[in-house]
Design a protein around this ligand. Structure first.
Ligand SMILES: NC(=O)C1=CN([C@@H]2O[C@H](COP(=O)(O)OP(=O)(O)OC[C@H]3O[C@@H](n4cnc5c(N)ncnc54)[C@H](O)[C@@H]3O)[C@@H](O)[C@H]2O)C=CC1
Ligand SMILES: N[C@@H](CC=O)C(=O)O
Ligand code: NA
Length: 447
């Protein structure tokens, strides 16, 4: 400890949505935090870019500094809440290299350079904790690293981005436009500094890499994650989904798989998914997150709570801070164990995943159409679970004539390999009777 024997000092980097709430708790709840650690815990500095900027909580002026490096060099615990790659990575490295504990919520950095930072932490015996980086307030990394460390996790699936869940939920429940819902998510402190990371799925992909990394003891990075965001999801998709009893959610999925060659690996993916309204994840509203974990012995577990926002996220940061401070106080950096590469599963292409598709298409309004379409599915060994025509289908399964224009047909497939599903869609596109493929979204009807 660099403070006096009975005191631990904390330096905070960044005082935005999350940082200002962390500062508030450290000042207002100093006694409680200190009692939980067992020594006085004191916030001694907050590095900001602009000391005059307005903040969610007014930080005492004497704590503010624009010299982050000087702060990092004189504290026991560094809390990094700047976000992004640089200078966050250099400041974290600098702190760990002198044995200071680091607490961060920076999933973008961890998903890109987590292995490197973990190695530096291990080399210097310094705690590096990042519970806030995945699913905000929800305790999810610690349960995976500790509670489930005697089990084999086979699948993780969840809603891990609050901003996109908020946008999709607002569009579905209030008919809000994409842009107005995004603006509100930014105002509420859910979105990343650059909300493209949320909307394009990169934030969820970073979280999928971190989850896969810890759950499968394999060094995945964001580059191993297949990523599709919600930009392509239209109000029409949401309306059509609603009419068929579905909601659209952006899911992050990490699962172990045996590949075609029999070798094990893991598929990590993020994409919009249609869920039946009775699916447990369908009822996750607003900026809430939920994560399913499936383990061989534990079976199915579900974690639910606020996945974004300054105050909820600050809870996870403070929990890590207390843990890290206790470790410094006792001199034993034991738990939670960092990610290991013990299983070292290779990342597999999404082609190897088992998926279900919802395909919405406009087809010619004439006899024999359904038979032609069904043949394409059969040729690709993809079977049809349900077919719906928002209009009418005759008892013989033929699309009923409703005029000169094409008619809409919505098909949900059974589970098949992603590659076969995609090839089926491509083959459908070439059919003369298919006027247009209007929407293709993966579905999860398992539960
Ligand atoms: N907002 C949320 O709900 C959650 C955020 N996180 C993560 O927590 C971190 C912080 O997020 P937010 O507070 O939402 O971001 P924010 O954008 O509200 O705050 C970041 C702050 O850091 C400041 N900053 C940037 N460069 C700096 C520098 N060189 N020195 C000092 N200050 C600097 C900015 O001026 C800004 O005030 C990010 O890594 C984010 O991904 C994690 C979970 C949830
Ligand atoms: N921008 C993120 C913040 C939390 O990680 C989100 O919306 O989930
Ligand atoms: Na969390």
């Amino acid at each position: 400890m660099t403070g006096s024997q009975d005191q631990l000092t904390v330096g905070l980097l960044g005082a935005g949505s999350v940082g200002s709430q962390v500062a508030r708790t450290l000042v207002e709840e100093r006694e409680l935090i200190s009692a939980r650690v067992g020594v006085d815990v004191r916030l001694v500095g907050v590095a900001v870019r602009d000391t005059e900027a307005p903040r969610d909580w007014r930080i005492p002026g004497e704590l503010l500094t624009t010299d982050a490096e000087e702060l990092v060099d004189r504290v026991d615990v560094v809390v990094e809440l700047i976000g992004g790659m640089e200078p966050a990575a250099s400041l974290i490295t600098r702190a760990l290299s002198r044995g200071a504990a680091v607490v961060t919520g920076n999933k973008a950095l961890l998903a890109a350079r987590g292995a490197e930072l973990t190695a530096i932490a291990a080399e210097h015996g310094a705690p590096l904790l990042y519970e806030a980086s995945v699913a905000g307030a929800i305790p999810i990394l610690r349960p995976i690293q500790e509670s489930l460390s005697g089990d084999r996790i086979t699948k993780i699936m969840g809603i891990v981005n609050g901003t996109t869940n908020y946008i999709l939920d607002q569009m579905d429940s209030t008919g809000a436009s994409f842009d107005s819902a995004l603006l509100e998510a930014q105002r509420l402190g859910y979105a990343e500094a650059d909300p493209t990371a949320d909307v394009e799925g990169h934030d969820a992909a970073a979280k999928a890499a971190i989850l896969g990394n810890l759950a499968f003891h394999s060094p995945f990075t964001i580059d191993d994650v297949h990523c599709e965001g919600i930009r392509e999801v239209t109000a029409g998709d949401i309306e059509a989904a609603g009419a068929s009893g579905y909601v659209i959610k952006l899911l992050a999925i990490a699962e172990t798989r045996a590949g075609d060659d029999g070798e094990s690996g893991a598929v990590l993916r993020v994409h919009p998914t249609l869920l039946p309204r009775h699916h447990p994840l369908a009822s996750v509203r607003g900026a809430f997150n939920a994560v399913f974990v499936v383990a061989e012995n534990a079976g199915e577990l579900m974690f639910y709570g606020q996945g974004a926002g300054g105050r909820p996220t600050s809870s996870a940061v403070l929990g890590d801070l207390v843990t890290a401070a206790r470790q410094l106080r006792t001199g034993s950096v034991t738990a939670p164990a960092g990610p290991s590469a013990q299983q070292a599963l290779p990342a597999m292409s999404i082609d190897q995943a088992l998926t279900q598709y919802y395909i919405d298409m406009t087809v010619e309004d004439r006899e024999g159409v359904i038979a032609e379409i069904a043949r394409v599915f059969a040729d690709h060994h993809v079977s049809i679970e349900s077919m719906r025509q928002p209009g009418a289908v005759s008892l013989e399964g033929e699309v009923e004539a409703t005029g000169d224009d094409g008619v809409t047909v919505q098909i949900v497939t059974h589970v098949a390999q992603e590659r076969a599903q995609r090839d089926t869609v491509e083959a459908l596109r070439t059919l003369q009777v298919v006027e247009s493929i209007d929407s293709v979204i993966r579905v999860d009807v398992d539960r």
